[in-house]
Design a protein around this ligand. Structure first.
Ligand SMILES: *Cc1c(COP(=O)(O)O)cnc(C)c1O
Length: 433
């Protein structure tokens, strides 16, 4: 399969090139040239498959031409070594719990897949060292660092905004050592993202080291996230609740929603999607007006969604041929401020005994407000509430338990490199590596 750039000014790339580059040379995002359609039989029979099995079948649509069957199977099965259950929260509202992986957020899926795929390419082609640069607003860094920890031939640089990620999040990428280096940037998430993007197009750096990105701009990160949308459908089918299914996705950089849209393009019978935003409402405004106006990001309770210039907007736009009408006929939006998020966490706990994290809370609320008669909704719970323990406990007056796999990180010693948001400094640092 070839991959083209959303900016249409770069040559077509192979999967390996697209994964190694991250961003296309024209600064566009790579898109698979063809999207295969799964058969009706697949969706009819989907509930008899385990999640890894149904994902493995799907993975052929995207990766089957480029990775040998046995290797692809191993990559998919290794990636999905934890459950992604559907849980009923209240009548007609279900939750896809994406937090059962090693770092308790959905990004484990894409990060684990990408680490294994890169390792496969490095081995197969005897490549030298590969450097993975990743900007994080919290959860990407931990998922990527843990996904790649100890993988031979790969070094990971995590850039995160100083003072803007929770202590627990920070501990998940600053305490690992080995092939993981954390950079504490004096700026916001968008500054971190800008540094990474600039590094990729810098000639000197490209001569000095081989770099790639593990942000959701990378096709190996976001495409595998489509797997759990099929799993959600399979689980809903088991419950006899798959008709008129509405999927609601708490969104920041829109990689997750984009994966759902790709699943839909292969034929996944989802009726419509809702993109739930916090106060960073650039996409919501686009849906309303047809104008896409990136903004500086605003800090909110749902900090992993504090994105003012969502990278994957370009992919969504391209996927629908730039048609505002096509996009709005499938996707609606919602935007919530911190007060509304707090109230949703409280209401859901009081009504259902279910503890939401601030990101999932946006999804829950958007479904509650947006679901029409006869529809069944499922929202993606993108992280475990314990990742945001201080905030959630303060809202609910609880003392929620921290899972063991999370506690383990908090005992480690923080090591990070202070960095300014000036590209000159970042470049100088990398040139010394
Ligand atoms: C990254 C993240 C999001 C946003 O996902 P995108 O793919 O960037 O839209 C939402 N919730 C949590 C908990 C996250 O870590």
């Amino acid at each position: 399969m070839k991959y083209y750039s959303t900016n249409k000014q770069a040559p077509l790339a192979s999967l390996q090139e697209a994964v190694l580059r991250g961003l296309a040379p024209d600064k566009g995002l790579y898109m698979p040239e063809h999207i295969k359609h799964l058969t009706k039989d697949y969706f009819e029979g989907i509930k008899q498959y385990t999640m890894p099995r149904l994902s493995y079948i799907v993975s052929h649509c995207f990766f089957g031409e480029d990775i040998e069957t046995e290797s692809l199977k191993k990559i998919v099965y290794d990636t999905l070594s934890f459950p992604i259950p559907v849980v009923k929260v209240e009548d007609n509202i279900y939750c896809l719990e994406l937090f059962h992986g090693p770092t308790l957020a959905f990004k484990d899926v894409g990060a684990r897949f990408m680490a294994r795929l890169l390792e496969y390419f490095v081995r197969k082609n005897n490549m030298g060292k590969i450097n993975v640069l990743v900007a994080t607003s919290g959860d990407t860094g931990s998922a990527v660092a843990n996904g790649f920890l100890g993988v031979d031939g790969i070094h990971v640089y995590v850039l995160y905004p100083k003072g803007k990620v929770s202590k627990i999040q920070e501990s998940q990428f600053t305490t690992l050592g080995k092939n993981i280096t954390a950079l504490e940037v004096d700026g916001c998430f968008d500054d971190c993202q800008a540094l990474v993007k600039q590094a990729f197009i810098d000639e000197d750096l490209n001569k000095h080291m081989r770099m790639t990105s593990a942000n959701s701009i990378n096709v190996a990160r976001f495409l595998p996230q489509s797997f759990y949308y099929y799993n959600a459908y399979a689980e809903m089918k088991k419950l006899g609740k798959e008709k008129d299914l509405v999927v609601c996705v708490p969104s920041g950089n829109f990689g997750n929603l984009c994966a759902g849209l790709f699943a839909w393009k292969t034929g996944l019978p989802v009726k419509r999607f809702i993109a739930a935003n916090n106060a960073n409402d650039v996409f919501f405004q686009y849906l309303k007006t047809g104008e896409y106006n990136p903004q500086p990001s605003k800090q909110t309770l749902a900090n992993a969604m504090d994105v003012g210039a969502p990278s994957n907007f370009a992919r969504i736009y391209d996927l629908f041929g730039g048609s505002h009408e096509a996009i709005t006929s499938l996707i609606s939006g919602a935007t919530y401020n911190d007060e509304q998020i707090k109230k949703a966490i409280k209401d859901c706990y009081e009504k259902n005994g279910y503890v939401l994290d601030p990101h999932g809370a946006c999804g829950y609320l958007a479904l509650k407000e947006g679901l029409k008669k006869g529809e069944t909704g499922i929202f993606l719970e993108t992280a475990h509430p314990a990742k945001f323990k201080e905030k959630v406990d303060a809202i609910l007056g609880t003392d929620i338990e921290i899972p063991d796999r999370l506690q383990k990180f908090m005992k480690g010693k923080k090591v990070s490199v202070p960095m300014t948001k000036d590209f000159k400094d970042f470049k100088a640092f990398l040139m010394k590596q």
